[in-house]
Design a protein around this ligand. Sequence first.
Ligand code: FES
Ligand SMILES: [Fe+2]
Length: 478
Amino acid sequence: MPPDSKMPGRSLLPASLVLVLVLAVSASVAEKVLQIPLLEVGGLWVKATHTATARVAGYLTSAPDLTSAWTYVRAAILVWLGYASWAFFWRPLNRVRKLGDVGYVAEGSFSTKETANFIQRRRKNGEDVPPFYPNGWFGLMESFCLKRGESQALHVLGMELVIYRGQNDRAYVLDPYCPHNGGHLGVGGRVVGNCIECPFHAWTFRGEDGKCVSIPYMDTSAKIPTNARVKSHITTELNGWIYLWHHAEGLEPTWSVPEVEEINSGQWTYRGRTEHHINCHIEEIPENGADLVHLGQVHGPVFAAGVDLRTMWSTFWSFAQHHWSAEWAQCPQPDGHIGVVKLKHGLAVFDRMFPMLDLDVTAKQIGPGIVYLYFESALGNGVYLQHVTPLGPMHQKVVHDIYVSRYILPPVAKFYMLGEALMVERDVMIWNNKQYMRRPLYVASKEDKLVKKHRDWYSQFYSRQDKPALRKDNTLDF
Ligand code: FES
Ligand SMILES: [Fe+2]
């Protein structure tokens, strides 16, 4: 039984809480900013609502004049408004920000994207950068991105791959270049049963082991050569995600991706996603979870102040502030590959805290690129799934999906997702422009000690001999 369902009538709670919040904020704004008594504001609201309702009711109850073109124009507008309202409030969020969309400051007469390119090329990271592709499970894509019988080319972890879903609904990942004459299985390759057929001369490869099982034009007396095969990669699929195991030395998985029971049992519902492309070393992103000082600095100003670090301190938004407190610790063995961040969030408006906006978050960092952020709020519980996947050196794809209990209405869940995205975009501005420092200048403090502890924990995901590729001028090769 979901924990929320123990409380009958709780479905009324969110609406009441939102109403109380709106009234409280109205009261503060009215009294402190506009200096209008609350009763007067209330009266204006009631009057305006009454007039609007009467107008709509009158329009809906009057018989439509089918001979007038205006009737059809109005009907079309109403249909459009209905669709737009549904899309705005109910359709799951899908916010995608590619490289150069956020987190850069345009230089001179150059565009933000041009600036992003310059910064990518001229950034120096020194020789001592850890490997770009740590060892562990990485999220490739949400399950809904790959339909049965579909194949796609993939570029992740510096590798070219093909992913496809067989008729048995299983996702397979193979090296894409056909051993016959180099055709790319992910570009035009057809799924045949649980195999994939090369688009060039129709050699067919089995997903389980990458072996060629059919060469349609070969002499019937001949045997398929034993080296007619491609590498098959280790995958798993759960929590609505397809995962790939990566190990620089080719070792088998030493841990597995844990299940989020509420997702797989259907207790929590999908309400949206965000996708950010970021220009930094992968380790910078999870390290944020143990960096307590940055919470107040980067995430203190209220989310409405925007994602630009230069303008978010505007006094206009200073009436509201986020408050954070956090701790981070590594789990004991055999779960040493998991780190846990305990995070408490509060929002102060005119120095008054609003407990209904409190968020208690337990973020489980599972290996180098997966985080489950479980949250509890007055409106209900849920989880953000965060998947950080390096596509190339210093290029991370970060996807957040939100799943919530049924008591959180879709617009509220979308609001939570958007709030998280805006906070991430402030981090993106730091990550896109910073330098990876192997040895930061730590000072005596529990905060810097914790960052160091996180680095020690994360180092278990690197193979010693796995060196990043450097260009001759000692910069990273993009
Ligand atoms: S290149 Fe793939 S079948 Fe010929
Ligand atoms: Fe952050």
